[in-house]
Design a protein. Structure first.
Ligand code: B12
Length: 128
């Protein structure tokens, strides 16, 4: 029996832009994945949930400019807690110049505004 891909999705910090994260969560659920949607959370809570829920993917969303601090912090805390396998991905208003540093910090992929949902589904389906 195929294991369902488990995805934890959260909006980073106080980011008020919920639409993108909800649209992505729905699309992944419709594609047959198990989605745990946390709303606004800080890195420690996102990591705790990812570990408790045995997530394959941690999907972060932010459009309010906090990505360079909070997204790498999620990766750092996740790895510090010994979770080496779960991939961390990021969506939202991310300036292209920031993407190389985010990837260096361990973010597996970045999906900006206008990304087709199929591209996100295909990336996640190929992740485990
Ligand atoms: C609607 C909107 C708002 C609404 C949000 C309500 C809501 N429904 O979510 C309100 C009015 C609340 C708002 C507030 C603010 N906003 Co605003 N907002 C927008 C706007 C016009 C559209 C965002 C949207 O809903 N897009 C539609 C969704 C479907 O697209 P998306 O979120 O980008 O999601 C896609 C990808 O990014 C990605 N994705 C997103 N999340 C995730 C998660 C995962 C896991 C994955 C894989 C992919 C993924 O996939 C999605 C599908 O392609 C954008 C401009 C724009 N065109 O992007 C500005 C924009 C994001 N806002 C901006 C700003 C500055 C603000 C405010 C700071 C303004 C202010 N001074 O108060 C506040 C933020 C307050 C806060 N605490 O966060 C800026 C951000 C600039 C930046 N970060 O560099 C933008 C870009 C406008 C601009 N050009 O200046 N905003």
């Amino acid at each position: 029996m195929n294991k369902k891909i488990r995805v934890v999705i959260a909006r980073l910090g106080m980011d008020a832009h919920w639409r993108g994260s909800i649209v992505v969560a729905r699309a992944l659920r419709d594609a047959g994945m198990e989605v745990i949607y946390l709303g606004n959370q800080m890195p420690e809570t996102i990591v705790k949930t990812a570990i408790d829920e045995d997530a394959d993917i941690v999907g972060l969303s932010t459009l309010s400019g906090n990505h360079m601090v909070l997204a790498p912090e999620v990766v750092r805390v996740l790895r510090e807690k010994g979770e080496d396998e779960a991939k961390v991905i990021l969506g939202g208003a991310i300036p292209p110049d920031d993407i190389p540093r985010l990837k260096e910090a361990g973010i597996a992929e970045v999906f900006g505004p206008g990304t087709p949902l199929k591209k996100i589904i295909d990336f996640e389906s190929g992740s485990i």
